[in-house]
Design a protein around this ligand. Structure first.
Ligand SMILES: Cc1cc2nc3c(=O)[nH]c(=O)nc-3n(C[C@H](O)[C@H](O)[C@H](O)COP(=O)(O)OP(=O)(O)OC[C@H]3O[C@@H](n4cnc5c(N)ncnc54)[C@H](O)[C@@H]3O)c2cc1C
Length: 396
């Protein structure tokens, strides 16, 4: 029987990991199955654009995996049993159970409501494609005369607010954030950001914590009421509850705790990468949920899976956090470098050059998923029993 590798989730981490593994592992020895809820690879980092009204190119997973031998299972993962090594999935045909020998957990993240009442019932978000399309329909309904409240002051909130304001100039966009808007940016970048918000006419309420979302607006901790036709919750991401219920060791926020090689510290035949993994980066802090982290962690996870299963040396991938590239609508952006202490460096790229850099990042991230070996020739390795040598290397 072939060794069964199951990859959960086909986002930035999972889709490229599956493609990479399929090109490095011998098909006579390995069977690779990818389970994903949607038939497409979703460019999550462009979902604010989709919500604002732009049509994004579709990237069918079946077409991406064609010729690789990967089995694609379109279904929703509802449970993982790490003791029994099974995954429960549901689709239109009902519930099914998939057995695995090695699991790569890359289910990503979704919107995090921080327990704020009303978010789930009344707010919109851009953390997944169905949600982004729902917001888009709502913005269409508002037409040229409505108000949009964006909650949050970090990357997603900034990108969502500016994209909506640029694409739908008839709407009045307000942003409320509990901290300072872009407070972590270098002074030059922050000035650029505030000028952009000014140019778009976005009203900014800093040090304003939203405590409740209602059908027609939201209420802040100091009692300020914001009327809004669409409240966009962009105040952070949370992971899916599947890992926490699986028996795997997880952090308080539900992310899978992994060792430096991305193996679960409790179940070494399970690996995690991307937003679902909790791993300390080179700067001594947890890697942030980001597309770049998904790239680095998937590289490390696939190197470890191949090494553990075939006896090859496992190379160490740098788990660095280098900076953010934040779009401000389609023609403006900020590319902020971050140092080893996770603080913004004084150097940043702003305006058109940064917008070009962001466009290159967007193109590059899809290319890296389509061509996970970067077009380089590969060798297919055979399974070895040496895999179990690595059990003692698992960090506790
Ligand atoms: C609007 C927006 C803008 C962003 N901009 C940036 C940016 O500029 N730069 C940056 O670095 N990061 C950005 N991010 C964050 C980035 O998108 C994530 O960090 C990245 O997608 C994580 O990759 P991943 O592979 O871990 O998860 P994902 O890309 O989310 O992939 C997870 C996959 O799992 C599937 N899945 C989830 N649950 C289930 C289930 N139960 N059953 C089956 N399948 C399931 C999903 O359909 C998806 O295909 C942005 C995010 C958003 C929402």
């Amino acid at each position: 029987m072939r060794h069964r590798i199951t990859v959960l989730g086909a986002g930035y981490a999972g889709a490229s990991a599956a493609g990479y593994l399929a090109r490095h592992l011998h098909p006579d020895d390995f069977e690779i199955t990818v389970v994903n809820a949607e038939p497409d690879f979703v460019e999550r980092i462009r979902l604010h654009q989709l919500a604002a009204g732009q049509d994004l190119p579709r990237h069918g997973l079946a077409e991406m995996f064609a010729g690789t031998g990967i089995r694609l299972r379109l279904a929703r993962v509802t449970a993982v049993d790490a003791e029994r090594r099974t995954v429960t999935v549901t689709d239109d045909g009902g519930t099914d159970r998939i057995e695995y020998d090695t699991l790569l957990y890359t289910l990503g993240s979704t919107v995090g409501d921080h327990g704020v009442p009303g978010v789930h019932e009344h707010a919109f978000h851009v953390a997944g494609r169905p949600a982004a399309l729902r917001l888009r329909r709502r913005l269409d309904e508002l037409g040229e005369d409505g108000t949009v409240l964006v909650v949050g002051g970090n990357l997603t909130a900034i990108e969502a607010a500016t994209e909506i304001a640029e694409s739908r100039p008839g709407l009045r966009v307000t942003l409320a954030t509990s901290d300072e808007l872009g407070g972590w940016l270098s002074p030059k970048s922050r000035r650029h950001l505030l000028r952009a918000f000014d140019r778009f006419g976005i009203a900014v309420h800093q040090h304003t914590t939203i405590e409740r979302v209602e059908e027609t607006g939201a209420v802040a901790a100091d009692g300020t009421a914001f009327a809004s036709g669409a409240t966009v919750w962009a105040a952070g991401f949370a992971v899916h509850p599947v890992a926490a219920a699986s028996g795997l060791d997880v952090e308080d926020d539900g992310r899978v705790i992994v060792d430096r090689m991305m193996r679960s510290v409790s179940h070494p035949e399970v690996y995690a990468a991307g937003d679902s993994a909790y791993i300390i980066g080179e700067n001594g802090r947890p890697l942030p949920m980001s597309c770049a982290s998904a790239g680095f962690t998937r590289m490390q996870a696939t190197a470890a899976i191949i090494g553990d299963l075939t006896g090859h040396r496992i190379s160490k991938t740098s788990l660095a956090y280098l900076g953010n590239c934040i779009s401000l609508g389609g023609k403006d952006a900020i590319f902020q470098l971050v140092g080893g202490d996770a603080r913004s460096k004084s150097w940043s790229l702003r305006g058109r050059p940064a917008a070009h850099a962001k466009a290159a990042v967007l193109r590059g991230s899809v290319w890296a998923v389509r061509y996970p070996t970067y077009g380089l020739p590969t060798r297919r390795h055979r399974l070895t029993t040496a895999r179990y040598r690595m059990a003692e290397a698992v960090a506790h």
